[in-house]
Design a protein around this ligand. Sequence first.
Ligand code: SF4
Ligand code: SF4
Length: 91
Amino acid sequence: MNIDDKLNKLKYNCDTVSHLNPCAADCKECKSKICTIICPASVYEWDEENRKLIVNYENCLECGACKIICEKKSLKWDYPRNGKGVTFKLG
Ligand code: SF4
Ligand code: SF4
């Protein structure tokens, strides 16, 4: 089973607002855009035309890697509200 098959088995109860909030000004200055590389769920995409980070927060696995690795240490990261977000199933 590849990673895409595994991701398709997860359940999501999406919040209506993003729990991931990057600083737009810092993202413009960020050289690495490392969040777009490190995220296992491809949550982040850099829109070069509009010089803006797109955040597909609905796909987040809540692993926390982007918060740790953010080049500017300015990514505001919370869990989704009221127990929403991803659900992992054992087995
Ligand atoms: S690594 Fe941090 S500063 Fe850089 S683009 Fe991602 S969220 Fe923005
Ligand atoms: S917490 Fe993990 S899955 Fe969610 S956006 Fe950050 S790196 Fe991606």
